[in-house]
Design a protein. Structure first.
Length: 269
């Protein structure tokens, strides 16, 4: 356990040093959140004219979509964080050396992804800050339930990211996993609009997408003051999905590495 934490800290130090080497890009990215939130604020003034019960329970469309965008940030970093880290290691010529060390694949995956998730958490807090400035009322009655929801969301999303990185290691370019997950999540999961506006048969499909359950749990916990018992169904679904597919994604990543070594393409990008 101590070795795992020490190696994770080493990965974090590396990633933070890279990030702080380009401070202008970092602060410009944070500043861009202001304009993004402003666009959705003005759009929400139009959307709120559509009287929808699903929006009223959260305090209007602006509050609804701010939480959806925050969740999508986690999904984006889950889908691209590990892949980006692998690409950088290949470009620097350190991937093979890293995998030659006595560091388990779960450690490599976790440690390579933790810094992007920390930075994304900071971005989400900035989103919520600007949202609060423009009138969103956040009501968190059960902070521990919210922390659990965030952890389960990250783990379930990371499953897709690991599958995506596995594909990239083998095919190098063109990732159908990222494309399909991004498209289905945006279309079905209630990020930009309530799932209830979808045709009934698509609502049934949306139920199987983990982002749908994460979005509903986040909104209930952050905007409606829900407690753990009130979101237990959504969190249980995320936990089951993670327990089933996270081990499979790690197995696929290990297989992709072995396949890349066999073909001598591990260091190529």
């Amino acid at each position: 356990m101590i070795s795992f934490l020490r190696k994770t800290l080493a990965f974090m130090k590396r990633d933070f040093r890279i990030a702080t080497s380009y401070p202008l890009a970092f602060f410009l990215g944070m500043g861009g959140i202001f304009f993004s939130v402003l666009v959705w604020f003005f759009l929400s003034r139009m959307m709120n004219q559509v009287h929808m019960r699903d929006l009223e329970r959260y305090g209007g469309y602006f509050a609804f979509v701010i939480v959806g965008i925050a969740l999508q940030n986690y999904l984006a970093v889950a889908m691209g964080g590990l892949t980006r880290s692998i690409r950088e290691s290949q470009m620097l010529g350190t991937l093979e050396m890293l995998l030659a060390t006595p560091t388990g694949l779960p450690t490599v995956v976790f440690a390579s992804s933790i810094t992007p998730f920390i930075v994304t958490t900071l971005r989400i807090l900035v989103y919520f800050l600007f949202g609060a400035i423009w009138g969103v009322v956040f009501h968190v009655a059960d902070p521990l339930a919210l922390v659990l929801a965030v952890i389960l969301s990250i783990l379930s999303f990371a499953t897709f990211g690991i599958f995506s990185a596995s594909v990239i290691l083998v095919v190098k370019r063109g990732d159908p996993v990222a494309l399909l997950v991004g498209a289905f999540s945006t279309l079905l999961s209630g990020i930009y609009y309530p799932v209830r506006v979808l045709p009934e048969w698509l609502q049934k499909v949306a139920w199987f997408v983990p982002v749908t359950h994460a979005a509903e749990a986040w909104r209930d916990l952050v905007l409606s003051g829900a407690t753990l018992s009130q979101v237990s169904g959504q969190l249980a679904w995320l936990a089951v999905f993670t327990a089933l597919f996270l081990p499979l994604s790690l197995l696929s990543f290990g297989y992709a590495i072995r396949l890349a070594r066999l073909h001598g393409t591990l260091a190529h990008f």
